[in-house]
Write a protein that binds this ligand. Structure first.
Ligand code: B12
Ligand code: SF4
Length: 445
């Protein structure tokens, strides 16, 4: 069958319109897909609407500027309305233009374990989307593009749900990519204005061994925590240094792993490699409190450029930590924070408030702990049950912060839930207090 290179337009909608969410990170998932598509002989363009906080309507300018044979759009739950709107506008522009949609929201609402209620949160996707992709996209998107390039229908490809003239075709569930080292390194040169982003992101593992009931990790990445080898991670960093970073005058990396410190031996090997980079690198990562108990490892991290560590604290109340199935205690949290601070790194902590089960004294406990810890930065979000999580299933229909997606922007963690205005006011006040309880250290990267 004849194969031709396609023009592929990949779109990242604005993730949040919340003015407090100012962090600008590159759309790494789309960079992975663009890298593989380019290696397949296709021409790719990535339109990241977050750069200028563009409205969905602007998709028309991109379609005018570059002819597209296929459009791929990403999705967070908080940006689902925009994802669908962009897809509809593409179809309005050209009803024959194939539109493929993937990303965390699609995965969470279409995985094998999604309930009927969760599937309905995809709304009227069939009006505008040809193929939904559930889960990691590298292999599936390659197969979809090959289908379009050879004039075949992508329906039935494992990991997809396709809308065709004959109805909806569910592909089989696709196995997770077993060897993450085989995925080509994401080539940031495919991203226009790559210098505008706050950080260069590298992801070295997929998933997390913990089972926190509110977290999307297990649904998005599957039940099995997978990691890349230290060698592959170091090779990727060398690849970025050669191709992108030094040219941009950059020396800072954000490891976007859900929990970077799960395997201490692997982290130590990555650290030893980072230490040998001429000129050094600065970097940040996220950890669970459970994994920040090894002071020698933390010292090694500090010595090879780690400046700050993000930790999901969530609450100081044992009752709430247990309810969220966090697997931590406030003592463990205190030790982890002291260990990281003691090694000379900053700690960025996040807490969440607004569970219907949470009493005033639970919140006061959390505020007291924050006062004691003196973190370098505190982020306080309102509990947001994401579809596909156990918390969502506990909450649906109860009205306590869960329920149906009316406006997908309600899922950007800045909406305190469906409570009375008095309770909402109180939650906002606690949020203000929590974020003010930090130490003196300036946050300058
Ligand atoms: C970095 C990050 C961010 C960055 C932005 C990233 C960006 N520009 O894309 C920032 C800090 C802004 C951010 C914010 C938020 N985030 Co965030 N974030 C992440 C994080 C840690 C890494 C993302 C990443 O690069 N992953 C690696 C790439 C390879 O994966 P990916 O992007 O998902 O793409 C793969 C697949 O999804 C799929 N795919 C994606 N798009 C497409 C499109 C097509 C066409 C196809 C075929 C496939 C496909 O293929 C890709 C390759 O396998 C993830 C957790 C994680 N480890 O993934 C959470 C995560 C994505 N965030 C999440 C959430 C909830 C949020 C927030 C709403 C709230 C919060 N408190 O974090 C806010 C919302 C936005 C905002 N500004 O307020 C959830 C998403 C759940 C959901 N249902 O939407 C995640 C999964 C965290 C979690 N465990 O709960 N986030
Ligand atoms: S430790 Fe963090 S990433 Fe892991 S399941 Fe819990 S909240 Fe999610």
């Amino acid at each position: 069958m004849r194969r031709r290179g396609l023009d592929v337009l990949l779109v990242q909608p604005v993730l949040s319109r919340n003015p407090y969410n100012q962090s600008l990170q590159p759309p790494l998932g789309l960079v992975y897909l663009a890298t593989i598509a380019t290696m397949q002989g296709h021409r790719t363009q990535i339109a990241d609407f977050n750069l200028k906080r563009e409205r969905p309507e602007n998709i028309i300018y991109y379609l005018q500027e570059q002819s597209a044979d296929v459009v791929g759009v990403s999705s967070y739950t908080s940006s689902w309305d925009d994802t669908l709107r962009i897809a509809r506008l593409c179809k309005h522009w050209d009803s024959e233009l194939p539109v493929v949609v993937g990303g965390p929201h699609v995965t969470m609402c279409s995985s094998g374990s999604a309930t009927m209620d969760e599937r309905q949160l995809l709304g009227d996707w069939r009006e505008a989307v040809d193929v939904l992709v559930c889960g990691e996209g590298e292999e599936v998107f390659t197969e979809i593009l090959t289908s379009y390039a050879t004039g075949r229908s992508p329906s039935g490809i494992p990991g997809t749900i396709a809308h065709t003239d004959d109805g909806t075709v569910f592909g089989e569930q696709r196995a997770l990519i077993a060897d993450l080292d085989r995925i080509p390194f994401p080539d940031y040169r495919l991203l226009r204005c790559s210098g505008t982003y706050d950080d260069l992101i590298v992801i070295t593992s997929r998933g997390c061994p913990s089972l926190c009931s509110f977290c999307a990790s297990r649904v998005v990445w599957g039940k099995q925590y997978r990691e890349r080898s230290a060698e592959s991670v170091l090779e990727e960093i060398a690849f970025h240094l050669r191709r992108t970073m030094r040219g941009l005058g950059r020396d800072r990396i954000l490891f976007a792993d859900d929990s970077f410190l799960v395997n201490a031996e692997r982290v130590a090997a990555i650290c030893r490699g980072l230490a040998s980079i001429r000129g050094g690198l600065r970097w940040q990562c996220s950890t669970r409190a459970q994994d920040a108990q090894d002071t020698a490892l933390l010292k090694l991290m500090k010595d090879c450029g780690c400046t700050s560590v993000f930790m999901g604290i969530e609450s100081a109340s044992g009752r709430i930590l247990d309810f969220l199935q966090k697997g931590t205690t406030s003592d463990m949290i205190v030790r982890a924070v002291r260990n990281i601070q003691g090694a000379g790194m900053r700690v960025i902590g996040s807490v969440m408030i607004g569970l219907a089960e949470e009493s005033e004294s639970d919140v006061e406990e959390t505020l007291r702990l924050l006062g004691e810890l003196q973190l370098d930065h505190v982020s306080c979000s309102f509990v947001t049950p994401l579809p596909g999580t156990r918390l969502y299933r506990q909450y649906v229909g109860k009205g306590g912060g869960g329920g149906k997606i009316g406006n997908s922007r309600d899922f950007d963690f800045s909406v305190p839930g469906k409570y009375s205005s008095t309770r909402q006011k109180q939650l906002h006040e606690w949020q203000r207090l929590a974020t003010s309880l930090t130490g003196e250290t300036a946050m300058n990267g």
